[in-house]
Ligand binder design. Sequence first.
Ligand code: IDP
Ligand code: MG
Length: 136
Amino acid sequence: MSNTEQTLSIIKPDAVERNLDNEIKEMFKNKGFSIVKEKKIQIEKPEAEKFYKVHETKPFYNDLCAYLSSSPIVVMVLEKENAVLANRELMGATNPTEAEEGTIRKKYGISIDKNCVHGSDSVENAKIEIDFFFKD
Ligand code: IDP
Ligand code: MG
């Protein structure tokens, strides 16, 4: 049975600054993802704090939110069979040094904080995150 899903992807400031957005989008398309919505925006720090609220008790929370709001990002809704898991696989491990060959973070990630991409971690969170950026 088919299980088409949508997930939220963000190309983070480090990748946009290095003009990697088109290459990363090609990696998604080559894996069979459709980019059904897309916008390039810069968010304010309070918005980043809301988006990353699940991490508010972590020591890296403040830096993470400052970073995500520091320069433009590309926010996308990706669609394909089992998109949430497929996107996590294509992204690779959070720390690029642990990411597998062929993943976005292995190829382009600089460090655990400058790891190029965000991807929803569950179908439930994907819905919340898609609404966060695309509900109008
Ligand atoms: P994920 O992006 O792979 O889902 P999460 O654990 O949800 O990873 O963390 C969100 C983001 O917070 C990561 O992508 C990374 O940019 C940052 N982050 C996670 N762990 C650390 C850390 O130990 N130090 C600094 N930044 C971190
Ligand atoms: Mg996460």
